[in-house]
Design a protein. Structure first.
Length: 167
């Protein structure tokens, strides 16, 4: 029987140690909506916030490309005008490369950033229908999302259809 060696943590290779997590950017936002029991997931190097089945906000604080740092609001173009009345500094995300996107940002460098972010939290708490998207609800060019199938399911079903045709 082989005897196990006990290795001190100091002797371990640094690559084997658990990865140090980044601090949560703009953590006060999570605190403000904590009564809704939100959960988070990493997304685009940021932190996405979900309430039930909807993504509602993304917290971003990147040291390199800082233009879109702040709180991203999940919404649709039809709600931009009404939300801009409440958030004058709100604008489309620039890093996505489109002039107008469904995602809007409350920029961290705006003078009203904290109050605007807390107001967005109030809207989330109130269940405002202008904020929040169900992930995967957008329609792709092929209509696969509208049909309730992911692109992976479409490819798989096409492959099986071609197999059936050969028989």
């Amino acid at each position: 029987m082989t005897e196990r060696k006990h290795v001190s943590p100091e002797a371990l290779d640094a690559s084997l140690l658990p990865k140090q997590r980044k601090p949560i950017p703009h953590a006060f936002v999570l605190d403000a909506i904590s009564t809704l029991s939100p959960y988070t997931r990493p997304m685009f190097g940021c932190l996405a916030i979900y309430v039930k089945d909807k993504i509602v906000l993304i917290l971003r604080d990147k040291p390199t490309i800082t233009a879109d740092n702040g709180v991203w609001v999940a919404t649709t173009q039809e709600h931009h005008q009404s939300l801009r009345h409440e958030f004058p500094s709100m604008r489309s995300i620039q890093v996505l490369g489109k002039p107008v996107t469904g995602w809007q940002v409350l920029p961290v460098d705006a003078p009203d950033f904290e109050s605007a972010a807390l107001r967005a939290c109030e809207l989330v708490l109130a269940g405002d229908p202008r904020i929040g998207k169900i992930p995967g609800a957008r329609t792709s060019k092929s209509g696969s999302k509208a049909a309730g199938k992911s692109s992976k399911q479409i490819k798989t079903s096409k492959r099986h259809a071609s197999d059936r045709n050969r028989r």
